[in-house]
Ligand binder design. Structure first.
Ligand code: ZN
Length: 139
């Protein structure tokens, strides 16, 4: 069995942002030369997500509005977590809803997606350097 590891780096302009990382993951899969196996992609921070869904801008705005209704950023005093002096209590909750990681099957050297599936990095406390891990195992 072979394994391959790579990190992607992000420093978003906005606090909340979604970035399509499908091409980066496909590029990494080619580099690995693994043809059959599994590809794990996970955020390495507890205020960011990796998720799979449609590459449709309206949907992404819907996510932002929906998450802001569920866990509004302000007033920051509403979160016990912010008693630590941080202001990102909402970002931890948003990350939990959108998930930590995805696993995609690799078949014939390709990511074996369902219709319209794309991989996204979800940032909820951006404007600083963050990482995503890609780990590919198989043969
Ligand atoms: Zn925090």
């Amino acid at each position: 069995m072979k394994s391959f590891r790579k990190e992607l780096f992000f420093n978003t302009k906005s606090k909340v942002e979604f970035i399509n990382i499908t091409d980066e993951v496909e590029k990494t899969l080619k580099e690995s030369s693994i043809k059959e196996g599994l590809c794990l992609v996970n955020a390495m921070h507890i205020t960011a997500s990796v998720f799979i869904n449609d590459n449709e801008s309206g949907l992404h705005e819907d996510y932002k509005l929906w998450l802001e209704k569920l866990a509004p950023h302000s007033p920051i005093s509403q979160y016990l977590h912010n008693r630590t002096g941080e202001d990102n209590g909402d970002a931890h909750l948003k990350r939990q809803i959108m998930g930590r990681e995805v696993v995609v099957a690799i078949t014939n050297g390709k990511l074996d997606f369902g219709p319209w599936e794309q991989i996204f990095y979800g940032e909820f406390d951006g404007q600083r350097k963050k990482r995503v891990l890609i780990k590919i195992i198989g043969e």
